[in-house]
Write a protein that binds this ligand. Structure first.
Ligand SMILES: [Zn+2]
Ligand SMILES: [Zn+2]
Length: 274
């Protein structure tokens, strides 16, 4: 093979490679585009999936910054059942103290119309969320939904009332009407303290307290008589900290908003919390 033939041959190979490269590029673009289209159609159905899991499974995702760098808390209420600014601020401080979110914790407040059909059962509470929730977990931002209900819980009896419930991995209902009724029934009871206790306690359940996923490091502090609560009496996660009797007892004392005890805090730290 002489030098010219070699050159021509090389040119041919180069051309051939270029052509193959172009085909590969076109193919890749088609595949990426094709996959993207598939993802989009899946997302239309599944964008709520990350927020439709069982209670406690997102504890680590909320506490650590491994996957999610920021948190958005969506707070929904109707005009007459707006929570106090003090409680929102206390709740924000509670989250900032415990969660590792270098990208920040953002609160979005939105007024929605009052819901008919109170008292609300669990199915209705889920339907209200489905209808009104707008912020879902996406990218490296995890989202939590809190609804301040304009009615009571259907589970209330003459002897016990429900102040709030954490019912999925990122969903909380606070029965704001119940809190307002309790606060207006006694001059000793402060609404903002009541709201703060209910918000922090329910968020504690979302953070897996106590032993909700049966993986806590100090499972000896789970109150076996009152499942998924703490044995320490002045802890935020004590079963009565969020009950009417417990609240009445607490409001006659000096420490009105309960805090987490060291065992509960250690559990949160074991999952990446502060
Ligand atoms: Zn509880
Ligand atoms: Zn505790």
């Amino acid at each position: 093979m002489d030098i010219l033939t070699l050159c021509l041959h090389s040119k041919f190979i180069i051309m051939k490679r270029t052509r193959t490269k172009i085909i590969y590029i076109l193919l890749s673009i088609f595949m990426v585009y094709g996959c993207k289209n598939d993802d989009n159609s899946e997302n239309l159905d599944d964008f709520k999936a990350e927020n439709r899991k069982t209670l406690g499974v997102s504890a680590e995702d909320l506490l650590s910054d491994d996957i999610y760098k920021s948190l958005t808390v969506e707070l929904l209420f109707s005009e007459s059942y707006r929570p106090t600014e003090t409680a929102i601020l206390n709740f924000k401080n509670f989250l900032n103290d415990r969660l590792n979110k270098p990208g920040g914790i953002n609160f979005l407040e939105r007024v929605i119309p009052e819901e008919a059909g109170a008292p609300f059962d669990n199915t209705e509470i889920r339907e209200i969320e489905d209808k009104n929730r707008e912020v879902y977990t996406v990218g490296d931002e995890i989202s939590v939904y809190v609804y301040f209900a304009n009615g009571k819980s259907a589970n209330d009896t003459a002897n016990s009332v429900t102040l709030g419930t954490a019912y999925m991995n990122t969903s909380i209902v606070i029965y704001e009407k119940t809190l307002m009724d309790i606060a207006s029934s006694s001059p000793l009871i402060n609404l903002a303290d009541l709201e703060t206790t209910a918000l922090n306690h329910e968020f504690g359940h979302i953070l897996g307290l106590v032993n909700i996923q049966e993986d806590d490091i100090h499972n000896l502090h789970e109150d076996t008589a009152h499942n998924k609560h703490c044995v320490i009496e002045n802890c935020l996660m004590y079963f009565e900290s969020n009950s009417l009797r417990g609240i009445r007892a607490r409001f006659s004392g000096t420490e009105r908003v309960a805090e987490l005890d060291p065992l509960c805090i250690a559990d949160l730290r074991a999952k990446g919390g502060k």
